[in-house]
Structure formats: structure tokens, C-alpha cells
Design a protein. Structure first.
Ligand code: HEM
Length: 192
């Protein structure tokens, strides 16, 4: 009992020490930039939905939507850099998520890579629209549009719930996520 209690207490004190005012301000900025970056990742595919349904003769509408998408994408690039850099600062500079019992951070890295992949896919899709080469349907973009919602839900729940090992993933995290996804899917399906 005592053997297990002491390291746990030491670990707790160590983590408490990381929560300095400076670190909390970095975390504040991290959350603000992440939220703004995601606003772009939510809205850009909505523009793609509109672009995919523009009538072939509507040249002006197509040009206007393309301009909106290009501006939004450049703005999202700008926001992505500080969002990720501040996250790396929190991780590397303060050691949050390092060491044993931090499986949530490994899973977060994986989810962040998927977000970066999604961002990259948006760049490629916009290029196809610009060259008139899009072959995807409006419906496909509507489904594509839901991916960042799922990724954000995964990441935010990971950093808040912080499952420490793979057992905790099942007992503390996965069921909660599945309930939220099921409720979200139901709301989405009823709205159609
Ligand atoms: C390279 C990318 C990223 C790294 C290295 C990173 C790292 C971190 C670290 C170390 C923390 C501090 C956790 C704590 O205080 O316990 C944190 C907080 C947070 N991160 Fe990230 N992050 C990244 C990207 C993201 C993304 C893409 C999102 C959202 C989708 C996100 C959402 C959050 C939130 C909401 C918090 C606050 C959690 C809390 O205080 O409870 N992060 N991040």
C-alpha cells in the first residue's frame, strides 16, 4: 500500500509543479489557436460541398467560392503553426505527457497526425477544384466534413480524461466517446 502510494504522490506533486502560471498561459493560447484552426477545418469542407454542387455555367459563383476557400485555407495554415508549436512546447518544454502512464499523449499524437493529414487532404482537394478536376460528389464532401468533428472530440476527450494505460482506454475513455458519437450520429441523421 505504502509502496504504491509514495510514487503516486510524488507523481502527483511533479505534475502539480508543471502547472505554473506561464504554462497555463501557453495552454490558453494553445487552446485558442487550436479552436481557431478547427473553425477553418470545419468550414472549408462546407465550401467544398457548395463548390461540388455549383452548376457548370455559374462561373462567377464558382470563382467566388474558390476565392473564399483559398483565403480560408491560407488563414488555417497560419493558425495551424502556433496551435501545433504551442502544443509541442507544452509537451517538450514542460514534460507533460512524458514517461509511463501517459498513453493518452501517445494516442493524442496519433490523432494530431490524422488532423494534419486531413488538413493536407483539404489542400489537395482545393487544388483539384481549381483545376476543374474534382470527381467527388456533394454527398461525399458532407461525410468528409464530419471527420474533423470526430477528431476534435477524440483529442479533447483524450487530454481531459487522460487514460493512463490501455485498460483505462477501455474503462474510462472509449465508452464515453462511443456514447457521444452515437448521440451525435443520431442528431445528424435526424437533421437530414
Ligand atoms: C502537435 C500537436 C499537439 C501537441 C504536442 C499537444 C500537446 C498538449 C499538451 C502537452 C497539453 C497539456 C496537457 C495538460 O495540461 O495536461 C495540451 C493541452 C490541450 N490540448 Fe494539445 N497538443 C497538440 C495539438 C492539439 C490539438 C490538435 C487539439 C484539439 C483538437 C488540442 C487540444 C488541447 C486541449 C483542449 C488542451 C487542454 C487540456 C486541459 O487542460 O485539460 N491539442 N496539448
Amino acid at each position: 500500500m505504502v509502496d504504491g502510494f509514495r510514487p503516486a504522490l510524488t507523481g502527483l506533486l511533479f505534475v502539480q509543479n508543471l502547472y505554473t502560471a506561464q504554462m497555463l498561459w501557453i495552454k490558453t493560447l494553445h487552446i485558442v489557436f487550436v479552436a481557431s484552426w478547427f473553425a477553418g477545418l470545419f468550414y472549408l469542407p462546407r465550401i467544398f460541398v457548395n463548390l461540388a454542387s455549383v452548376a457548370p455555367g455559374s462561373v462567377a459563383e464558382r470563382a467566388r467560392l474558390l476565392l473564399m476557400a483559398k483565403r480560408l485555407l491560407s488563414f488555417s495554415h497560419l493558425l495551424m503553426v502556433p496551435a501545433v508549436a504551442l502544443g509541442i512546447w507544452l509537451w517538450a518544454g514542460y514534460g507533460i505527457g512524458w514517461g509511463p502512464g501517459q498513453s493518452w499523449m501517445h494516442a493524442k499524437w496519433l490523432a494530431v497526425l490524422l488532423v494534419l493529414g486531413y488538413h493536407h487532404a483539404c489542400v489537395k482537394l482545393l487544388r483539384r477544384f481549381e483545376h476543374g478536376e474534382n470527381r467527388r460528389s456533394e454527398r461525399w464532401f458532407r461525410v468528409f466534413n464530419e471527420a474533423p468533428v470526430l477528431l476534435m472530440l477524440m483529442i479533447v476527450s483524450l487530454v481531459v480524461v487522460k487514460p493512463s494505460d490501455w485498460t483505462a482506454f477501455l474503462t474510462d475513455w472509449l465508452w464515453g466517446l462511443l456514447v457521444l458519437v452515437a448521440v451525435g450520429a443520431l442528431a445528424w441523421w435526424r437533421r437530414r
